[in-house]
Design a protein around this ligand. Structure first.
Ligand code: FA5
Length: 378
């Protein structure tokens, strides 16, 4: 039997009328041509843009193939299956060829990029800029570790206080001359009589909050206290290289039956050795705070000059790092502890002053200037 369409292998259809037979033959010829042209053109395609242009030309809405599909309705019913089958074959052949070509091109592009844009895995990576802890925070954390090892827990207290907590309950009565030691930021006074709101001038009001909180657990037999209270303090001061208007303090408080001044001395001397080295010498100088009795300033031997005297210790050989003393009976009572049964010691250290000594920082103002040249050194 004769074959239509040359290479297509489509069998001829029985005679159904000369005119239609011609139309069917022409359409099959056209389909063969569309297929041949499409496949030939695809072989010449070299890049993505040409491939897309080929797709539009050979498979798009205005392509020769689609035009044949649009004439499909003019065929007699009997010829439709043959032409329809062939048209679908051509469409599938072109689509399959397109898929193969586009896959080949993607592979080629990948190969090219692997060859041309080689990745050198031995190159050092780019460092991400890492933040770091502020030197003040580093010092505070070191202090928590040391006191933690000595059995003290961290107790956080508020920065905004009332006059009552900041002064009165600590035995600074209204008009007490010792208030002048701590120039104060009163932030709200109206309508509060003798109890205005203040930014705390020291961490010592935390002693009252902590003692009241702990003693309330067992009012008849309050548990012992062993805590450190860190935090920012505020004073309306003349700013100098050793005085800021805001600075951190670390308060310490131990309350229990039979605590003595030698416990205070032993605790602070041990702390100084752990912080500044085993050979560190310490001394206590008599001082005055309304909330401790007796009171003392706590000095460590200047570890820059070894006690000989230098510009940092101003020739004295000693550096003051805080105040301390035995908790005053009035303060114990205000905290809910009976001074007949309990005693305690307290201290207040300046972490920034310690960091200054350790790192030979000459001016406390560097701490809050946010100058990266300073901060990046720690
Ligand atoms: C007090 O503030 C007492 N509350 C400390 C205390 C607590 C005594 C418990 C007894 C018992 P003083 O004003 O000396 O004391 O401050 C203690 C430490 O805080 C100082 O030694 C210093 O290290 C630091 N300090 C005080 N004022 C400033 C300031 N303006 N700038 C930076 N650090 C300061």
């Amino acid at each position: 039997m004769a074959k239509l369409g040359g290479t297509t292998g489509i069998p001829s259809r029985p005679y159904v009328g000369r005119e239609f037979r011609l139309l069917e033959g022409r359409m099959l010829d056209s389909l063969n041509e569309v297929e041949r042209n499409g496949l030939d053109a695809l072989q010449k395609v070299q890049d993505e843009a040409a491939l897309e242009a080929w797709r539009v030309t050979h498979l798009g809405r205005s392509s020769g193939l689609m035009q044949i599909f649009s004439k499909f309705g003019q065929l007699p019913q009997a010829d439709k299956p043959v032409v329809g089958q062939r048209a679908n074959e051509v469409k599938k052949a072109l689509e399959a060829a397109y898929d193969v070509k586009s896959g080949q091109m993607r592979q080629a592009a990948l190969k090219r990029s692997l060859e041309q844009e080689q990745l050198d895995v031995t190159l050092p990576g780019r460092r991400l800029p890492l933040g770091r802890l502020h030197p003040d925070t580093q010092t505070l954390r070191e202090l928590y570790t040391i006191f933690g090892e000595m059995g003290f827990q961290v107790f956080r207290s508020r920065e905004v206080e009332s006059d009552e907590y900041n002064f009165q309950l600590l035995n600074f009565q209204i008009g007490h001359p010792a208030r002048d030691m701590q120039d104060t930021y009163f932030v709200e006074a109206e309508g509060r009589g003798e109890n205005p709101i203040v930014l705390r001038t020291h961490t010592s009001p935390g002693q009252i909050h902590a003692m009241r909180w702990i003693s309330a657990m067992q009012p008849d037999n309050p548990p012992p206290v062993r805590i450190v209270l860190p935090g920012m303090c505020y004073r309306y001061e003349q700013v100098t290289n050793r005085h800021e208007t805001q600075f951190d303090q670390l308060e310490g408080l131990a309350v229990g039956p039979g605590i003595t001044f030698s416990d205070l001395k032993g605790t602070l001397a041990d702390f100084a050795r752990r912080m500044f080295g085993q050979a560190t010498r310490t001394r206590f100088r008599a001082s005055y705070f309304p909330f401790t009795e007796p009171s003392a300033e706590f000095d460590v031997e200047c570890f820059l000059c070894g006690g000989k005297g230098c510009s940092v210790c101003k020739g004295s050989g000693w550096l003051e790092i805080g105040g301390c003393g035995m908790v005053h009976p009035v303060v114990l009572t205000n905290g809910g502890y009976d001074p007949q049964r309990y005693s305690g010691f307290a201290f207040g250290l300046g972490p920034q002053r310690m960091a200054m000594l350790r790192h030979r920082i000459e001016d406390i103002r560097y701490f809050w200037q946010n100058d990266l040249r300073f901060l990046e050194q720690f």
